[in-house]
Design a protein. Structure first.
Length: 393
């Protein structure tokens, strides 16, 4: 009961909904592990080939989860999607499902720590060659993505330095070599994403972030063509057990209904936060994708309608200065989640990126004074007031 001509905000509220005979308003939570067949013949037929809205076992699929998958695919402009237990289950599934020993993956170096673990520890252990490049340097992509490269992987916008990767250009290089493009799209959010349109073959989200948006549940999703999702991703996911729970899918459906409103409000405040901190004597650097001082501002504007919900700053005084600032915040919470309705401040060097060797931190620009701000939905005046007061501390 949905229409392809609807715009994203309408799809985010309605797409994929099914109602039972009771006509419930909110999507039903089908908290069931299994399904009952009217006859033995019906069970046999379903195991041979399950039709649309025919389910076998919740590890393979579930009606509430299916509503979330269809809604995500529609928002992302992809044919299909598979929901997962977490963002990392999605990244692992997206890569492991299609790679085998002897394959080569080229990835941007600026990645979430757990993504680096999958590439450098897990995939290499299984005989996959992994090459890391500076994702903003197209010449490095061009040199590394040789024939025989099976997949290209990157995160854009990158965490925590907010580098922007040129999706269309990297996809052009990858496709010329016969590689698939897997994009971890958390920072762009489905509101600003144009990843599939720009050439990403597989788009991966941690739904834990903006999609839930309220810090309640872990979740993830892999979006792509129907063929890729059903023939490559689904067999791997359904047999390895990374399925999303129906209760989580129900929360994520509710998250999607307000995603666009939240993300646009958070983005407007993020731009105001970036502007308010620019030139502050205790702030050495403000990084925001649509700010003129961002080295890739033009690309960020081409690729994303707005600059997003994240602002990264470099506080004067190194680690001690950053800690003094964090400890003086009253509204902003010290945490490592992002995309939440609550504003969050993170010190990447000692938390999310602690595991990285010092040299790698330096190469990625993760300095001791760097603080990542995930802007929430609170009143802009209170948020900026809290930041300025903490900088004075
Ligand atoms: C959080 C995050 C992940 C991992 O998601 P989880 O839901 O925590 O497993 C992967 N990639 C990026 C860019 C993230 O921000």
């Amino acid at each position: 009961m949905t229409d392809d001509t609807w715009h994203r905000r309408t799809k985010a509220v309605h797409h994929g909904s099914r109602r039972s005979q009771w006509g419930e308003m909110a999507e039903a939570i089908f908290l069931t592990q299994g399904f009952v067949y009217p006859t033995a013949e019906a069970a046999e037929a379903r195991f041979v080939k399950a039709g649309d809205d025919e389910f076998i076992y919740a590890r393979y699929g579930n009606p509430t989860v299916r509503m979330f998958e269809e809604r995500m695919a529609a928002l992302e402009g992809c044919e299909d999607a598979f929901a997962t237990a977490s963002g990392m289950a999605a990244v692992n599934g997206a890569l492991s499902a299609m790679l085998r020993a002897g394959d080569r993956v080229v990835a941007s170096r600026a990645l979430f720590g757990s993504c680096l673990y999958i590439l450098e520890d897990v995939l290499r252990r299984f005989g996959v060659t992994v090459d890391l490049v500076d994702g903003t340097d197209l010449a490095q992509w061009q040199a590394a993505v040789t024939r025989g490269t099976r997949a290209v992987f990157f995160e854009t916008i990158a965490n925590p330095t907010l580098e922007v990767i040129d999706i269309a250009a990297v996809a052009g290089i990858a496709h010329a070599a016969g590689a698939l493009v897997v994009c971890d799209n958390v920072f762009a959010t489905p509101t600003y994403s144009r990843a599939a349109e720009l050439g990403a073959d597989v788009v991966v989200y941690s739904a834990t972030k903006h999609i839930d948006g309220q810090g309640r549940a872990l979740g993830g999703v892999i979006c792509g063509t129907r063929d890729h999702i059903r023939k490559v991703i689904e067999p791997y996911m359904k047999h390895t057990g990374g399925a999303m729970s129906p209760f989580t899918a129900w929360m994520m459906l509710n998250g999607l209904a307000t995603l666009d409103l939240r993300v646009r409000a958070q983005t407007a405040t993020a731009a105001a936060v970036a502007a308010a901190l620019k030139g502050h004597p205790k702030v050495l650097r403000v990084i925001y994708p649509h700010d003129d001082a961002h080295p890739q501002a033009a690309l960020a504007r081409r690729q994303m309608e707005r600059g997003g919900t994240m602002v990264t700053i470099e506080v004067a005084g190194g680690k001690a200065g950053a800690f003094r600032f964090l400890n003086a915040l009253r509204i902003w919470k010290i945490s490592n989640n992002l995309g939440d309705a609550r504003s969050i401040a993170t010190h990447p060097a000692t938390t999310t990126h602690q595991r990285l060797p010092e040299a790698q931190k330096a190469a990625l620009g993760i300095t001791p004074g760097l603080v990542r701000l995930s802007v929430g939905i609170e009143d802009e005046r209170d948020l900026i007031g809290d930041l300025l007061a903490a900088l004075d501390a």
